[in-house]
Design a protein around this ligand. Structure first.
Ligand SMILES: *Cc1c(COP(=O)(O)O)cnc(C)c1O
Ligand SMILES: [Zn+2]
Length: 405
């Protein structure tokens, strides 16, 4: 029995193959590469009933992850986050079966940890000693911490106004941190120059193929937690789109494995902010790729991505599953964030809040039916973004003051 049934890398555009045993970044044609497995062999080697009794970690699916040698795994026990029924919020939205998949309680405080655990482990396996990446904060935080654990040197470049806490996470890990007075796209240009000159591993979103594999485990987990029954709708806050591409990939793999129903898909919804909605615009216009979004701006920092390298894969995932793309205003993001906390006790991040606002709006339009099973992805902890919550309902007291009830 093998630890992993990974076979090769494949370009989704020109179908060129690459090896998983050496460093590969983008395909020669410029497209991101996808990891392929010998799913037939995996299927005869391990059964879904077996998974259930394994450790609560995304590595419980190691046969379908790209690391061949268990010794290379860099893990902080990430994964198997709660999938919880939100009854009170569901009543408010008239959604009887509304669920949160809560990535707020995972090491490093965001689901970027999944990509970092798998991406850094595979980097270690193929002999990477130094990596660099541009980030809106959370990915840099996760990769810096996992790289530290792996003994890999990391260089992280993030916008000056990325959440302050992510700066601290990078700093405490001992990685080299640079702040750029600009957007993630500007950070990307700077990293590009560094890579070209020094031959450092480029860990930018989708420029290394393995981060998707970490993020796809959200898809495996949702299915496992629903006892391999397919939900009707999954809403995902979409920036680079790795998570939604990953969830779609997970569904396709599980179908080949015969673990889930062959002809049903959950409708995948790409949720963006009104201040940065390139995927939504492309989807509305029936385009296969998006156009750079000028002057993007949103408090939901993780989804402030003006042009995603994998946009065509996101649009494919939405279209093939009869999903949709929707943009949410900053006001509706804040409102949803507050509602979820007030009714359910989850302090979710603004990106996650956008998916709840989207669920409410799509229910109002009857795009989602009352009884349908709906999963909102909360991709990070609200406590990572203290600046985004107003605290104007606070009264300052002197030590002898009395509170009138
Ligand atoms: C990065 C990030 C996103 C967007 O993730 P993609 O998979 O790149 O689309 C959403 N939410 C949070 C909190 C993030 O950090
Ligand atoms: Zn190609």
């Amino acid at each position: 029995m093998k630890y992993s049934y990974v076979s090769h890398l494949e370009c989704p555009k020109c179908h060129e193959h690459y090896s998983v045993d050496e460093v590969s970044q983008l395909c020669r044609c410029g497209a991101p590469l996808l990891v392929r497995y010998d799913l037939k062999a995996a299927n005869s080697a391990f059964k879904k009933e077996e998974v259930k009794i394994r450790k609560n970690s995304l590595w419980r699916y190691h046969e379908l992850l790209p690391v061949k040698n268990e010794e290379n795994i860099v893990s902080l026990d990430e994964g198997m986050t709660p999938l919880t029924h939100l009854k009170k919020l569901g009543e408010q939205y008239s959604l009887t079966n509304l669920y949160i998949k809560d990535e707020g309680i995972i090491p490093t405080g965001s689901f970027k940890t999944r990509g970092a655990s798998v991406g850094v482990s595979k980097a270690k396996e193929i002999g990477v000693k130094q990596l660099a990446m541009p980030t809106n904060g959370n990915a840099g935080a996760a990769w810096a911490l996992y790289a530290a654990k792996a003994g890999i040197k990391a260089t992280i470049v993030m916008p000056l106004d990325a959440p302050n806490i992510t700066r601290k996470e990078v700093a405490v890990s001992g990685a080299d941190l640079y702040l750029v007075n600009g957007l993630i796209s500007d950070a990307g240009k700077i990293v590009g120059k560094l890579i070209a000159e020094q031959g450092i591993y480029d860990a930018s979103t989708l420029k290394e193929p393995y981060r998707i594999e970490g993020k796809k485990t959200m898809g495996y987990e949702i299915l496992e937690q629903f006892n391999w029954q397919i939900p009707d709708v999954i809403l995902y806050p979409t920036g680079g789109g790795v998570g939604i591409i990953g969830i779609y990939k997970a569904l396709l793999e599980l179908k080949v494995m015969g673990w889930i129903e062959a002809d049903k898909f959950p409708r995948l919804v790409a949720v963006q902010a009104e201040g940065c909605a390139p995927i939504v615009r492309a989807w509305q216009e029936g385009k296969k790729e998006s156009v750079f979004w000028e002057n993007s701006k949103t408090n939901a920092f993780g989804i402030n991505v003006p042009k995603a390298l994998g946009d065509f894969l996101v649009l494919e995932a939405i279209n093939k599953t009869n999903g949709c793309a929707i943009a949410i205003s900053e006001e509706n993001i804040s409102k949803a964030q507050k509602q979820v906390a007030e009714l359910e006790g989850n302090f979710i991040c603004p990106e996650g809040a956008a998916t709840f606002a989207a669920a409410r709006i799509l229910r109002e339009k009857d795009w989602i039916k009352e009884e349908e099973t709906v999963v909102c992805l909360n991709t990070g902890a609200g406590i990572k973004y203290p600046e985004t919550v107003e605290t104007n309902n606070v009264t300052l007291l002197q030590p002898d003051d009395v509170i009138q009830s």
